[in-house]
Write a protein that binds this ligand. Structure first.
Ligand code: ADP
Length: 695
């Protein structure tokens, strides 16, 4: 196993849970657990090696029987007795078969390069055996036929191994580019779009892309005609011929060739080169003189065309029989085409990767061994690194630069992402730098299936947070400032309502002023309590053990008169053994009150509102269910937002409605580490619920 593979396997090993171990010991145990070479041989490969051994033996035996082999023993520095007894044919055949099969199996298992010393030892033994048998026993052990059989067996075994490798190679290679969506029509469409692009930068009269079919013939594969091509031009044919000659010259030289035909006309032939090979020629006829300054642009567009031509030629040729491609010229040419397409894709992917450099958010992509494949300048800036340092960095090295008290063990976050496939998301507050970043680590999958990498995404939230804080500070300030004059308005208005000397209409106006100012101050108070909660840390809320079923009972009792007014049946569904939760009694009480109040407010008369409490695994759920108007699907997410109110046809504007009740509920519940939920169907009723962690 090469050093690089060991290093990569080691990284993956670390990623999947061995990170915490000491480096030295994990290295040793890694080497102990994984032998350096794992050989995977199938029964099929052994059977085919045995078969080939027999074929070689048959070849050697036939050549010996028909005396087709030269006598190699005369080359040995040894006097050869004249009356040697030859081995019996069946013994000779068995010896050849045994030797040949043994060599074939050895090569199949170890490969030729690692089995040469066994082969050499067997030949030395064979020659020694021949010498001893001939000198002392007067027997010819058939050295030449055995050596010939051995050679044939080695040749067949090696060709078989190479062929099998080639089959794998052809399969992998030919299936890779076809995975893309690049069919012939798509490749052609790309050529046409490239020609249109060329027309936007140069005054093109006509442009033709030629494909080099063989070394000396050109085939037109795409053509673009400028705004007013003169089809009646008598010189058209000769211009076309000249153009072809220009293309041939460009293809032969491998360089751009231009020809000026007048102040308003010139022709240019650009060789379309990919990986040092000319794939075609682009012929452009301009409605102006050609300027050499345009050469780099034409060459760059030309290399893109070359890639498209390679793709076009690959997609046009039928796949053929991959099994025998090792022995066929067409098969090997096709593999070359596939390789060219893959190289073209790599170049194009480099272009995609470069776009990351222009993105303000930080992005890094790592392979599943932790190696960083891509890091854009923004993420380096957030990590406080320069590009030289980035070369030495791996995924963990990068993530450690973002460690804070909420993201203190990047390894755990990465492991969770790898194990569950669910992205990690966290808000990181770097107080010393006065910076707030949003960090997201997610798994990249190939076509929604197997994971292929990890993406790290960092967004700077500092400005947005500052803006939000400023906005909320301003609104709170204004609300506070409004409270004092409102109290005076309300106080004086109420005083005036008691004044019997006022005419009745004036008294009515004054009481409207009193009611409206009261509503306004209620609205301001709710708003201030929501914003206050938003600013609080979870720890700041005063929590004591609280029984939610008792809270529900008290709330129901206090709201019974309101329900009765609308002839609504407000009932509690009895619950058994509800454990307490840690919560602020007045906040939770207010939240339940808001939900029950809404259920009464948004239900028609003579319906039922049910409030229940239930224990779920680790949480206690409070649920308020009504048979009221329900909430339209599109408003379900938004009802929790501040000031959001559902507009219903035929329902007059409710004076009590502020659009703040549910946002208060959500804020309170989230401050207590719980979650809110809504299930509703328009016209049938709603089910608002929240959970709080049990004690
Ligand atoms: P409001 O003060 O307007 O009731 P909320 O934040 O409590 O403010 O509610 C937001 C909107 O959600 C309301 O305008 C109302 O239309 C809708 N809503 C709340 N609860 C219910 C319910 N139980 N049934 C139907 N609609 C509801």
């Amino acid at each position: 196993m090469c050093a690089l593979c060991t290093q990569n396997a080691q990284r993956l090993y670390n990623l999947t849970g061995f990170w915490q171990q000491g480096r030295g010991s994990s290295e040793k145990s890694f080497r102990r657990d994984f032998p350096l070479l794992i050989r995977i041989k199938t029964l099929n490969s052994y059977l085919s090696a045995t078969g080939l051994g027999f074929v070689a033996a048959l070849g050697g035996y036939s050549c010996w029987r028909f005396s087709l082999l030269p006598d190699l023993t005369s080359l040995l520095p040894l006097s050869r007795p004249s009356n040697l007894t030859t081995l019996d044919a069946s013994v000779a055949g068995a010896a050849m078969a045994g030797y040949s099969v043994a060599l074939s199996l050895t090569v199949n298992r170890l490969g030729l390069s690692r089995s040469w010393h066994y082969i050499a030892v067997s030949i030395v033994l064979l020659v020694s055996m021949y010498c001893v048998a001939a000198q002392f026993f007067g027997v010819d052990v058939l050295l030449t036929p055995l050596l010939f059989t051995a050679g044939l067996s080695l040749l067949l075994a090696q060709v078989n191994r190479l062929w099998s490798l080639d089959r794998q190679f052809a399969h992998t290679l030919l299936s890779s580019p076809s995975n893309g969506s690049d069919t012939s029509s798509a490749a052609n469409a790309r050529l046409m779009s490239g020609l249109k692009l060329l027309n936007t930068v140069l005054p093109v009269n006509e442009a033709v892309v030629f494909h080099c079919v063989d070394s000396d013939s050109l085939e037109a594969v795409a053509r673009f005609k400028g705004p007013a091509p003169n089809t009646q031009d008598p010189r058209r044919n000769s211009v076309w011929r000249e153009g072809i000659q220009l293309c041939q010259a460009a293809a032969a030289k491998g360089e751009l060739v231009s020809q000026t035909e007048g102040p308003n006309s010139s022709s240019i032939a650009v060789p379309l080169r990919h990986e040092g090979e000319t794939a075609g020629v682009l012929l452009v006829r301009l409605a102006s003189e050609f300027s050499v300054d345009d050469t780099p642009l034409l060459e760059a567009i030309g290399s893109q065309f070359a890639r498209n031509l390679k793709r076009d030629s690959f997609s046009k040729h039928p796949p053929g029989i991959q099994r025998f491609s090792y022995f066929s010229q067409t098969g090997n040419k096709r593999k070359l085409d596939a390789l060219n397409v893959l190289k073209a894709l790599t170049v194009e992917q480099r272009c995609e990767a470069r776009t990351l450099a222009h993105i303000e958010d930080g992005i890094a992509i790592a392979y599943l061994d932790g190696t960083l494949a891509l890091v854009n300048p923004s993420i380096l800036l957030f990590a406080g690194l320069n590009s030289d340092k980035a070369v030495e960095l791996d995924l963990f090295g990068l993530l450690h630069r973002f460690r804070t008290d909420v993201f203190d063990e990047p390894e755990i976050a990465v492991r969770r992402v790898l194990q569950t496939g669910v992205a990690y998301e966290g808000e990181l507050n770097f107080e010393h730098k006065n910076q707030i970043l949003n960090l997201r680590i997610s798994l990249l999958r190939e076509r929604q299936r197997e994971p292929i990498g990890i993406a790290v995404y960092v967004k700077d939230l500092t400005a947005q947070k500052e803006y939000e804080k400023l906005k909320s500070d301003m609104i709170s300030l204004m609300s506070h400032e409004l409270r004092t004059p409102l109290t005076s308005i309300n106080g004086f208005a109420e005083l005036l309502t008691q004044d019997q000397t006022l005419p009745p209409q004036a008294r009515e106006f004054v009481s409207i002023i009193a009611n409206e100012s009261q509503r306004m101050s209620r609205m301001i108070n709710t708003f201030l309590s929501v914003t206050q909660l938003e600013r609080k840390d979870k720890q700041e809320v005063l929590k004591i053990p609280l029984r939610l079923d008792e809270v529900v009972r008290d709330t129901i009792a206090s709201l019974q008169p309101v329900a009765k007014k609308k002839r609504i049946r407000l009932i509690e569904q009895p619950a058994h053994r509800i454990p307490p939760v840690a919560a602020d009694r007045s906040l939770i009480m207010q939240a339940v009150k808001n939900l029950v109040n809404n259920a009464i407010k948004y239900s028609p008369e003579r319906t039922t509102v049910t409030v229940s409490t239930a224990l779920e695994a680790e949480t206690v759920r409070v649920c308020v269910e009504d048979r009221g108007y329900g909430i339209p699907a599109e408003a379900k997410e938004r009802v929790w937002d501040k000031f959001y109110r559902v507009v219903r046809e035929g329902q007059e504007k409710d004076e009590e409605s502020t659009g703040l009740g549910l946002s208060f509920v959500r804020e309170v519940v989230e401050q207590h580490g719980g979650q809110v939920e809504l299930d509703s169907e328009e016209g049938r009723g709603s089910k608002f619920s929240f959970t709080l962690p049990r004690l």
